[in-house]
Design a protein. Structure first.
Length: 243
């Protein structure tokens, strides 16, 4: 049983990127709206996350924001779904800061809207609370981390170092695109500025109460045409097994 239940935790999903690499196969909609088994990828993501008890979702939109906003305006849902549009593209970090006025919980969950990682999010919350962390990142072991960069943790799971993509090696822990932020993190972020969580912000606060939660589970992202095609089949198989 979580000390802090999932139903009390807001979920912020980053949906604002242009998805440049995916445009050869998905050119008429934002990346999170790419279809998997005739459903938007983000719909599958929200449905999966809600099974852990999360009830309030904030979608940070940017590129082709209206596609996402119109879809959820007309869709009936058992959870609350809010959207916020960036006036200019703000990157992953700027998007979180831009949503500050809508975020009501501490901690709150942040996810990339183009990746799926099947981990127990309630245990992730327990980990974050037990460490008294300011920020926690879900990590997964990758056989080849050159496309993602790698993260090093010490024996207490504290994050000690980030390595860029080209410097990363094999069999490394990578960022799975799922984070827990305490609300104090927002005060450390600049206003109305484009910046990346992964490359601009996280390395600057590595000396704070910053922890990595290492887990095993099904992981896929749809960032490239090859991985999108792979995700179509893998998620279909995954959903079949879950039924």
């Amino acid at each position: 049983m979580s000390v802090y239940g999932a139903e009390q935790v807001d979920v912020v999903i980053l949906c604002g990127g242009m998805g440049t690499r995916l445009k050869t196969v998905v050119d008429d909609k934002p990346k999170p709206m790419a279809e998997i088994d005739k459903r938007p990828f983000i719909d599958i993501l929200i449905e999966h996350i809600s099974t852990f008890g999360f009830k309030r979702f904030i979608l940070c939109t940017g590129y082709k924001a209206e596609t996402i906003q119109e879809y959820y305006k007309s869709k009936k849902s058992k959870v609350e779904i809010l959207t916020i549009k960036e006036k200019k593209l703000l990157g992953t970090g700027g998007a979180v800061k831009n949503a500050e006025a809508l975020i009501q919980s501490s901690p709150f969950l942040v996810l990339n809207g183009d990746s799926f990682f099947d981990i127990d999010l309630r245990r992730f919350i327990d980990f974050h609370i037990s460490r008294k962390a300011l920020l926690s990142i879900a990590l997964i072991n990758a056989k080849d981390s050159k496309d993602y960069g790698s993260i090093e943790i010490d024996s207490s799971n504290r994050i000690v170092r980030f390595s860029e993509k080209e410097k990363a090696g094999r069999d490394s822990l990578i960022n799975a695109g799922i984070y827990l932020f305490n609300s104090e993190v927002l005060s450390l972020m600049p206003n109305n500025k484009k910046f990346s969580l992964e490359y601009d912000f996280f390395p600057k606060i590595v000396d704070r109460e910053f922890y990595g939660y290492s887990a095993n589970g099904f992981f896929i992202d749809i960032g490239t045409p090859e991985r999108y095609i792979q995700a179509k089949q893998l998620l279909k198989d995954f959903n079949t097994l879950k039924k």
